[in-house]
Design a binder for this molecule. Structure first.
Ligand SMILES: [Zn+2]
Length: 165
């Protein structure tokens, strides 16, 4: 069975989605399905409203004389879950295609229900652009979709599972 909220597979015999915590209903007439969709919408909204202060730590390659390892990690701010919900928020900062780097390693920081969380992610650098930004969107599957590019079209992306429970 697929979770109505996030689409994750709910294991046989389980009453609750292991990713987002939703309890699916078991009435499958029209009224039951409509009620389940309302519950699912409320559940998603409650989760997204508890996701706060998304930021991304990234190495700064803008200074050619700096060694990558020696650079500080500026923290780009993206806002709360509501701002990124089904909508890409792009960094104000622009990054230059630099050296022969093929991937960019980012650290994603955020708060979920008041607890600080973070995790690392590696994303391919889009090969066809000279400059790129970082974009964040809470996708329909409640994963954080991380983009590198200048527009969604042509950007590379990767889904980052969030800690929701
Ligand atoms: Zn779910």
């Amino acid at each position: 069975m697929e979770c109505t909220v996030c689409g994750s597979a709910i294991k046989e015999g389980r009453a609750q989605c292991g990713y987002c915590g939703f309890f699916p209903g078991f009435t499958f007439d029209d009224a039951g399905l409509a009620a389940e969709q309302r519950d699912a919408d409320d559940h998603r909204e409650a989760i997204v409203s508890k996701l706060k202060n998304f930021s991304v730590s990234v190495y700064d390659n803008s200074n050619e004389n700096s060694s990558r390892s020696g650079q500080g990690t500026p923290r780009l701010l993206f806002g709360d879950g509501k701002e990124c919900d089904n909508d890409v928020v792009w960094s104000r900062e622009i990054f230059t295609q630099y050296r022969d780097e093929k991937t960019e390693r980012l650290t994603i920081n955020y708060e979920s229900a008041g607890k600080k969380k973070s995790g690392a992610i590696s994303i391919d650098i889009p090969p066809t652009v000279n400059y790129w930004r970082i974009g964040l969107k809470i996708n329909s599957n409640l994963k954080l979709r991380v983009y590198l590019g200048t527009t969604v079209k042509g950007a590379t992306m990767k889904d980052f599972p969030l800690s929701l429970r």
